[in-house]
Design a protein around this ligand. Structure first.
Ligand SMILES: Nc1ncnc2c1ncn2[C@@H]1O[C@H](COP(=O)(O)OP(=O)(O)OP(=O)(O)O)[C@@H](O)[C@H]1O
Ligand SMILES: [Mg+2]
Length: 540
């Protein structure tokens, strides 16, 4: 890059007493000062981008112009001119770019929604060409183009001229400013009571993490309208808002579950592992030097309690459970895009500490179809986004991934460092089956002591937990329709009518066990049926 370097603010410029820039603003400031010609900010928060740029422009004594397709180029802050449709002539994207070149003053140009003209599309050929010329021209000037758009659409040709900027969600300081502004506005208004001590303010601001500035503004206003008060207890309203956002993201859902580890039979190794980490997300553990656990992968036979354990873990740790919908990640409904996944992960981080439950992750892998796939590699890239996040995440988001089909699991996922442990969940042992019967009979209001659990457990070899549960339910129907009470005989009869999946899929099971041995830890502590003293333990 040749030409003049960025001038320091002119004499009398930014006084040293000015507060430091927020991290996102600082990043933009650095790129602008280093004279990156075209920045592309992927965000929904165009107002916030504009505010950041205004701050930078003021400090650097530059003009800030805004381009929209309806108004053309106008000075930031000027009223929209409906009658004339702005300056009219610069509504056209090429005319707008020409006008950027013609301008001599140092300036920042915020182009809103320009992504329609930067995506790979024959209709955009001229705009893209012009943009590349402009990028070349801008390198020797004090002018910068900043494109802000909710999606990333950058044609291949532009990839070297355009710099992508990750515009993080606002931090506590920005929420603090917002809150101050709102408080200032409502101060002294009749019927409004502000009851916010430092601790309450802290709670409110940290609850807002993960919201955009606009969303936070809405929710703060909502709490005021609801009861005319603003207190630390309003975090509930903020959380309510967050749940909505999580729902809107399309990929995540808050999963309310009552499942507890007491309702999970067996799987002692896994349960111990989880129990040991109950305190791992506390402040005390962090001070002690414990790293927040990253996550586990539960691989295993269908219906043996993998999903159940994921739900129970969140309850055990008292953390919110977010279910990541892998199926939808590739559905056209949500749009299989990296942005969506990144956005969902950001939201998950914002509610941290939390458990992120990625159920049936193998489905995503089947979709990603190796390196290329039928969709031009989109799914592979989307899955790559998830993998990268897994290894780089710093927020205490515990990942609980489950899978049945190991044939698609890529080695990258299994590498140490991404997850803490891989557990193999096998068919329940004799004792575990006894326990499954006990749990499911009790859950349906029957006293397990009135049943011969030993006989039932022996009669259900090869059954999964889900199949045992199903047999109990079936037996209940039989008893009810036969006007009798549920008994060992009725349950045994229902078992006899069921062909467990393990029998029809025995080859599959052998393959799964072979894969697991040496790669994973057994979720079950002991396997007494093997007849070898019952201590077959596979260590990672
Ligand atoms: N170890 C167990 N203890 C108690 N109940 C169990 C156990 N395993 C399975 N079940 C019962 O079976 C149901 C289904 O199990 P779950 O959904 O957890 O299986 P999964 O391993 O996730 O299966 P899939 O691979 O098909 O998703 C559970 O809701 C529970 O009622
Ligand atoms: Mg499951």
């Amino acid at each position: 890059m040749s030409g003049p370097s960025e001038p320091a603010p002119r004499a009398g410029g930014a006084p040293p007493s000015k507060p430091p820039l927020a991290p996102t603003t600082r990043e933009l400031d650095v790129l602008i000062r280093a004279r990156y010609p075209i920045l592309y900010v992927n965000t929904w928060e165009e107002e916030r981008v504009e505010r950041c740029l205004r701050e930078i422009a003021e400090r650097r004594r530059k003009n800030l112009f805004v381009w929209t397709i309806t108004q053309g180029i106008v000075k930031s802050g000027s009223e929209p001119n409906r009658a004339k449709g702005g300056t009219g002539s610069t509504c056209d994207p090429i005319a707008a770019l020409d006008s950027v070149v013609d301008q001599l003053e140092p300036a920042i140009y915020l182009f809103k929604d320009f992504h329609h003209f930067t995506e790979d599309n024959r209709a955009n050929v001229s705009v893209i060409r012009r943009l590349r010329d402009v990028a070349h021209h801008l390198r020797d000037t004090y002018k910068t183009i900043v494109i802000s758009a909710p999606v990333t659409r950058i044609s291949q040709e532009l990839s070297k001229d355009v710099t992508l900027v990750d515009f993080g969600l606002p931090g506590t300081a920005e929420f603090g400013e917002l809150l101050d502004r709102i408080l200032e506005d409502v101060r002294g208004k009749p019927g409004i009571r502000i009851d916010l001590d430092d601790a309450g303010r802290e709670r409110l601001l940290s609850a807002a993490r993960g919201l955009t500035l606009k969303e936070a503004e809405n929710v703060f206003a909502k709490t005021l309208v609801l009861d005319g008060r603003l207190t630390g207890d309003d975090v509930d309203v903020v959380f309510g808002e967050k749940q909505q956002i999580i729902r809107k993201s399309g990929l995540l859902e808050y999963y309310a579950s009552q499942a507890s580890l007491q309702n999970v039979a067996g799987l002692d190794n896994l349960k111990d592992w989880l129990a040991k980490r109950s305190v791992a997300f506390t402040h005390r553990a962090k001070e002690f030097g414990l790293p927040a656990p990253r996550g586990v992968l539960l691989v295993g036979v269908q219906g043996c309690g993998k999903s159940l354990c994921a739900k129970a873990a969140a309850n055990l740790w008292n953390l919110p459970l977010l279910r990541f919908d892998v199926g939808r990640m590739f559905s056209s409904l949500v749009g299989s895009s990296e942005e969506n996944v990144r956005q969902a992960l950001r939201v998950a981080e914002s509610v941290a500490p939390a458990v992120l439950w990625i159920d049936e992750i193998d489905k995503a892998l089947a979709g990603s179809g190796g390196s290329g796939g039928s969709d031009g590699g989109t799914s592979a890239r989307v899955f790559g986004t998830l993998l990268t996040w897994l290894s780089e995440k710093t927020a205490p988001v515990f990942v609980m991934a489950t899978a049945n089909d190991i044939s698609h699991l890529p080695p990258e996922l299994l590498r140490k460092g991404r997850l803490d442990e891989i557990f193999f969940v096998d068919l329940p042992t004799l004792e575990e089956r006894r326990e499954v019967f006990r749990i499911h009979l009790a859950q349906r209001g029957r006293d397990p002591a009135g049943f011969d659990l030993e006989a039932l457990a022996r009669g259900s070899e090869g059954f999964s937990g889900a199949e045992i549960e199903q047999a109990v339910v079936e037996a209940l129907f039989d008893a009810f329709s036969g006007d009798g009470e549920l008994s060992t005989a009725v349950v045994a009869n229902s078992l006899a009518q069921t062909v467990p999946l393990s029998r029809t899929m025995s080859e599959e099971l052998v393959r799964l066990r072979n894969w697991a041995s040496g790669r994973s830890r057994l979720a079950t502590g002991t396997r007494s049926e093997s007849g070898d003293g019952g201590r077959r333990k596979i260590e990672l």
